[in-house]
Design a protein around this ligand. Sequence first.
Ligand SMILES: Nc1ncnc2c1ncn2[C@@H]1O[C@H](COP(=O)(O)OP(=O)(O)OP(=O)(O)O)[C@@H](O)[C@H]1O
Ligand SMILES: [Mg+2]
Length: 288
Amino acid sequence: MKEAKVAAKTAKDPKSTSRQDLEVDKAQATVGNRFCENPKMSMRDVNVFYGEKQAIQDVSVDIAKNEVIAMIGPSGCGKSTFLRSLNRMNDTVDGCRVEGEVLLDGDNIYQQNLDVVELRARVGMVFQKPNPFPKSIFENIAYGPKIHGLADSRVDLDEIVENSLKKAGLWEEVKERLHQPGTGLSGGQQQRLCIARAIAVSPEVILMDEPCSALDPIATARIEELIEELSQNFTIAIVTHSMQQAARVSHRTAYFHLGKLIEVNPTERVFTMPENQLTEAYITGRFG
Ligand SMILES: Nc1ncnc2c1ncn2[C@@H]1O[C@H](COP(=O)(O)OP(=O)(O)OP(=O)(O)O)[C@@H](O)[C@H]1O
Ligand SMILES: [Mg+2]
């Protein structure tokens, strides 16, 4: 009923649609293509709470192997919260509780006794603000492989560092100054360093939370190219406020609104023919 009312209003005069008219229906189910045949990760009925407050409500969705999935939606809708629940980063947030299942290759990452450090090596994360360690460029990359015992010798380590920097498209710019501080790089270079650091431990999934929001258009374009290259080897979930970016880099797009997953569809479909009015209102800039 409510949906029909919104549709009628939207058709008459799109500009008159107020935020209130677009309140998410409590019984709203996700529309679109949520599930896939060969999921790398499967989320089922995920609910996330901060104390009493619910930030994510009944989200079920798969992420396919080698897929790039974009997560979009208005500020505060729960994108970062949901992303953090995919590698138990929410464990580090006081008062945060996650319910439901998050499966990685079919195994629930919330099972007891799971090694969270190993999990975060398999499901790596790149944050909004580049956060290199206060160490050399070399050490920024070498740290993870060392603690995970991925390198038997110095030669192995050199090779991992070089390969990770190459995959992150940074090698040529830093090969002469590997032993200088990572914090001395430009913002865009620091973000590629953080991507190289995530890659160095051979993750299977990379979560990116607005990885380009602190970067200029050239550095952003470089990271976007990189995402496309990386998707050949990794599965990527990226949160972005840039719809152009979502359209450029992702295969499917997930639209969140007030803690609910409203729609998941192939990216082209979401930006040309969204299935839900809320998605449409957001992508046409009527709110958000
Ligand atoms: N540590 C926290 N403690 C309490 N509430 C929180 C915490 N982090 C987030 N929230 C709340 O959870 C909801 C979702 O926040 P979240 O940061 O996931 O949104 P978002 O979609 O990533 O927003 P943005 O686009 O602004 O980054 C918001 O209402 C926010 O205020
Ligand atoms: Mg966020």
